[in-house]
Ligand binder design. Structure first.
Ligand code: M6R
Length: 329
């Protein structure tokens, strides 16, 4: 992924300009996707908002129920690794009938989605064989950061951080054997919660999806601030709580959530660049530009899901009941 993230930002200039011009020319911007690609859309909303661009996200399977506001002044950005997901294709077709422009981010340029789009960008990450989306996710989000950096009024720092980012990804991948040991300790868990705020929240959802999909352990991603609004009732001495907790503007508030969870006897796995005695297990990530943490913090969660699958005799490439591309509704 240290290579694919950088590659996703190597775009043909004219094509990139056309794509960006459609976004800047639109009055209303919507982003859609399914599964992991929807998590990219959720993160994109936050990245774009930090660059002072307002967007709405709509899950593709819900699009038909909540798309009434699209019109000829709208653009729908569809994100899909395969470019063949039935819900996504149906969303773009219905956006078209409402007069909206359609642009997309795909991994397969010959896909139906690319063909249905006024403009598309390729993530260039190479074929993704396993059912779980991994490198396509980090490539999608790197490209979304890049687009936001180009059109936004405020830089998110990705364009000047490519080398630092690649190095940081390599450092995170080197944590593999430590994460394997943590997986071995957690393999019998019944419930895993993943908590984080702001930019980390979509990564909590994505990490939980990877754990469910590959290890069959129940996992839930949550906005840490929601804890006291209900989920705290679930936390007890059997709970495993993974916290996305780099030393950024969310650090203090999330630390107070950790105190609350710890006092209920749950085990805490902290993913952070700062040492914290409250964690039972710490996965130390490197310090990078604070807006870019999602790109590196998702990798320990992907590795954890992979190792939990192996520990539980699963097949992380082909999890049960799932297909790589969901072409029927
Ligand atoms: O090909 P797509 O990006 O449109 O696929 C969307 C989802 O089906 C996909 O991301 C799915 O959630 C993955 N198996 C998650 O790992």
């Amino acid at each position: 992924q240290h290579q694919t993230i950088v590659k996703s930002m190597e775009q043909d200039k004219m094509n990139l300009k056309k794509f960006c011009d459609i976004i800047t020319g639109a009055k209303n911007i919507y982003i859609t996707g399914s599964g992991t690609s929807y998590h990219s859309a959720l993160l994109a909303k936050q990245i774009f908002s930090k660059s002072k661009i307002h967007v709405e996200t709509i899950m593709s399977s819900e699009f038909q129920y909540s798309s009434d506001m699209l019109d000829e002044n709208s653009v729908l950005l569809a994100i899909s690794q395969s470019g063949e997901t039935a819900d996504v294709i149906q969303s773009v077709k219905s956006a078209r009938t409402m007069g909206a422009k359609v642009i997309s981010i795909v991994n397969i340029p010959t896909s139906s989605l690319a063909r249905l789009s006024d403009s598309y960008l390729e993530v260039n990450c190479g074929p993704e064989i396993g059912v779980a989306a991994t490198k396509s996710f980090t490539s999608q989000i790197a490209l979304l950061y890049y687009v936001a950096d180009i059109i936004g009024r405020k830089s998110n720092g990705i364009s000047s951080s490519k080398d630092i980012l690649a190095k940081a990804v390599i450092q995170v991948l080197e944590l593999d054997s430590q994460i394997e040991r943590i997986a071995d300790q957690l393999k019998h868990s019944k419930d895993v919660y993943i908590l984080g705020r702001s930019l980390h929240f979509p990564i909590c959802l994505e990490g939980a999806l990877k754990i469910k999909e590959l290890s069959y352990i129940h996992a839930e991603g949550m906005a840490a601030g929601e804890l006291k609004h209900g989920p705290l009732a679930l936390i007890d001495t059997n709970s495993i709580v993974i916290v996305l907790h780099p030393n950024d503007s969310t650090y203090g508030d999330t630390l107070s959530n950790i105190h609350t969870i710890k006092s209920r006897g749950a085990k805490i796995v902290g993913i952070s660049n700062k040492k914290e005695a409250l964690y039972d297990y710490q996965i130390t990530i490197p310090t990078i530009n604070e807006s870019l943490y999602p790109l590196i913090e998702v990798i320990p969660l992907q590795l954890l899901a992979y190792h939990l699958s192996i520990c539980n005799n699963g097949n992380p490439d082909y999890p049960r009941n799932l297909a790589k591309s969901v072409t029927v509704k």
